[in-house]
Design a protein. Structure first.
Lengths: 356, 354
């Protein structure tokens, strides 16, 4: 019941905010380019939730969904830049080169590219979330809840973002349960319900009783529900798709950042930057904790969440060893952003090799 | 009273009229769908079919989009005319792009006029090699080319995935699944400053002219036509069926491979996982909408290309879901197949005699 009150409190705050902002908002138009359909209940869905927050803040928005990362992306971007949009958010990695290309031709339009690293022109910013902080929480829960000590992990592509997630998850799980093993299946897709479900099934067949995922569909939690094992929601709160299986979800919360950046454009204070926000800045949000988790685990997770937010705890605190036993991070040290951004080795306790 | 009567012979006039009818019916049905969805139908159709090509840039984008569709469809018409059902143009496109992309990467950071022709040739050869698999399996092992060519599409995509994730990925690219950018010598030249339309359009136009010549002026074209009407007749006439099957597959594969080259050495400039938004499959609609006729295919590729552009414009300006573009493509094919009924049957109006 108290959830309801918090939600209504928050939404009335948002409403109040809306009215105040609507009065001062200039005629700034923001555009969003999506890789998938807005109804995917994962990556694109959450970006669209962020777009709605921008609308609620009194700005006009436009979006184009299902834009392939082929030659088509450039045309869509140019069309948006040409039709009076002041800031364009391109929400998939594959838009990186088209974004920079079009940005060069429209120096007065601001471009915000999610998860990329190229900022070739002063009107291009990049942003991403420290999802690995959320995975530290998931690892803690998985390590505590597993009985078979085998944890399954459906991964998308062997890029630093995903490797980092696997490592942070495994390190946290080992901390509460040194005997666990993380088994990985590479699905080589971000969104393919069929493939994802198959990957989850393969892991369950190998004895995994908790499944984590770094792909976007709800197929994995639904497969876990059917098999009677635990799972975690990805990108959005997936509890309603698998109420028994889902212990919690890591939500991507883009709204505050989007509102912030669009306002900066309106005020003329926008400048190029590279943003990497985590739990502390509210870009990564942990959904409600399921009541199947013991009370002491829940309070432990709450505390961990607060410590990650304040910076008291870092997901990658030494000593950290790789699979061969080489020291990656020394005792008492934490991994810096450079190391995190290029992370391409598994930590000890992850099974298998990174596909090459 | 109206009676439906079978025609003695399929009507030639109607053969070329039905695609126009299909497009017209698609517009009517599309308008109706917009109306039901709560949009003003004429305004929506305007944003769908007129606004996207109203300026120079839009028109260049239309040609850019139509180029691979036209090229692949021309290739497919060789197969389809002769009763060979090559459904795997998407795979031949992908494999052609892989081979030509590999060659382009070999010449990384090198300049020279000779690079581009080699890159283009490599793409055509790649497409031919890949198309030869279903062709050889069909001629020598009697397999079903529909199944083999279709399944090979997925194989080619997995090969591409493997290469861009692993051995060919950009060493400075943080392991993201993409290769380096090709050097300028490995890229097709742009035709106009500031527009994306590139020299690849000449490949498509050349394919149109050559195919017209082959279809209507050569013995091979005649053989294909006869095989298309009746395989038994072709055999009776003593045509070397196997040779022809392999030849049409090779032509088709080369065209698809060249379409792949056009994408990666044109607007994309590198290899990554999403080099084609299913051009190879959409080109099947184009081939049939164009009645497997070279000139028809030019028009059909423009019509289908505009459904892509229109869907984007309609979403930007009217918030119409972008996937309506695919609905339009589906409707065109549906109405075309449905109106083909008129080829073989006609309506007879019979006045009451009393």
């Amino acid at each position: 019941m108290h959830k309801f009150f918090i939600r209504s409190f928050v939404s009335s705050l948002v409403l109040l905010f809306t009215f105040t902002v609507a009065a001062i908002a200039k005629d700034v138009k923001a555009a969003f380019v999506y890789i998938g359909p807005t109804g995917d209940h994962g990556w694109t869905y959450q970006h669209d939730v962020g777009r709605k927050a921008v609308e609620a803040a009194g700005f006009k928005t436009t979006y184009v969904e299902g834009v392939p990362e082929s030659a088509d992306a450039e045309r869509v971007l140019r069309q948006l830049a040409n039709s009076g949009h002041d800031v364009i958010f391109t929400t998939s990695f594959g838009y990186m080169n088209p974004t920079n290309k079009v940005a060069k031709e429209f120096p007065n339009v601001k471009f915000e590219h999610a998860t990329g690293y190229k900022r070739e022109h002063p009107n291009v910013s990049t942003y991403a979330a420290r999802f690995y902080e959320g995975r530290t929480i998931l690892g803690t829960i998985a390590g505590t809840m597993t009985k078979s000590n085998v944890i399954g992990y459906v991964a998308s592509f062997p890029i630093p973002e995903v490797i980092r997630g696997i490592n942070s998850f495994t390190l946290a799980a080992q901390k509460v349960n040194p005997n666990i093993k993380t088994k990985i299946v590479w699905a080589f897709t971000w969104y393919d319900p069929g493939k994802e479900a198959e990957a989850a099934k393969a892991l369950i067949d190998q004895g995994a009783d908790v499944i984590a995922q770094h792909t976007d569909s709800t197929a994995i939690v639904q497969m876990a529900e059917k098999a009677g094992v635990y799972a975690f929601g990805q990108a959005s709160d997936m509890d309603k798709f698998a109420p028994k299986a889902v212990l919690t979800s890591v939500e991507n919360n883009w709204g505050p950042y989007y509102v912030d950046r669009v306002k900066a454009v309106a005020n003329g204070t926008w400048s190029q930057k590279d943003t990497w926000h985590g739990i502390g800045d509210g870009m990564v949000v942990i959904s409600d904790l399921d009541s199947q988790m013991p009370a002491d685990l829940r309070s432990k997770v709450k505390k961990l969440q607060a410590d990650l937010a304040s910076g008291k705890v870092h997901s990658f605190t030494g000593p950290i060893y790789d699979q061969k036993g080489n020291l990656m991070v020394a005792e008492g040290k934490t991994a810096d952003d450079g190391m995190l951004a290029g992370m391409m080795t598994y930590v000890k306790g992850v099974e298998g090799d990174i596909p090459k | 009273m109206i009676k439906i009567v079978k025609r003695d012979q399929p009507s030639r006039a109607i053969f070329f009229f039905t695609p126009v009818l299909a497009i017209f019916l698609t517009l009517v049905a599309g308008g109706l769908i917009f109306f039901i969805l709560g949009f003003k139908p004429f305004e929506a159709l305007k944003f769908f079919f007129i606004v996207p090509i109203a300026d120079k840039y839009g028109f260049s984008e239309l040609l850019l989009k139509a180029t691979p569709l036209c090229l692949i469809a021309i290739g497919l018409s060789f197969c389809f005319k002769s009763n060979n059902w090559n459904i795997g143009a998407e795979g031949q496109l992908t494999f052609g792009a892989i081979v030509s992309g590999g060659v382009a990467l070999l010449f990384y950071e090198q300049e020279g006029f000779y690079i581009l022709p080699i890159v283009i040739l490599a793409g055509a050869i790649g497409g031919m090699l890949y198309a030869s698999i279903p062709a050889i399996l069909k001629t020598y092992f009697n397999t079903n080319e529909i199944l083999v060519s279709l399944m090979l599409v997925y194989v080619s995509k997995l090969i591409l995935d493997y290469l861009v994730v692993g051995p060919w990925s950009n060493p400075e690219g943080f392991n993201f699944p993409e290769t380096r950018q090709f050097s300028d010598s490995a890229k097709l030249p742009l035709l106009f400053e500031g527009l994306r339309i590139h020299a690849g359009i000449f490949l498509a136009l050349a394919a149109v002219v050559i195919s017209w010549f082959v279809f209507y002026k050569t013995y091979l074209g005649f053989q294909m036509k006869v095989s298309g009407f009746s395989l038994k007749t072709a055999k009776y006439a003593g045509y070397k069926g196997k040779k022809m099957i392999i030849l049409v597959f090779l032509i088709s594969g080369a065209c698809a491979g060249l379409a792949g080259v056009g994408e990666i050495t044109g607007p994309i400039g590198q290899l990554h996982r999403e080099i084609s938004p299913d051009y190879g499959f959409t080109a099947i609609i184009v081939a049939f909408l164009g009645r497997l006729h070279p000139v028809g295919i030019i028009f059909a590729s423009l019509v289908v290309a505009i459904t892509y552009l229109g869907a984007e414009t309609a979403q930007i300006f009217m918030q119409i879901p972008k996937y309506t573009g695919q609905v339009f493509q589906g409707m065109i094919l549906f109405f075309l197949l449905a109106s083909d009924y008129l080829l073989f049957f006609k309506f007879k109006f019979i006045g009451s005699k009393k």
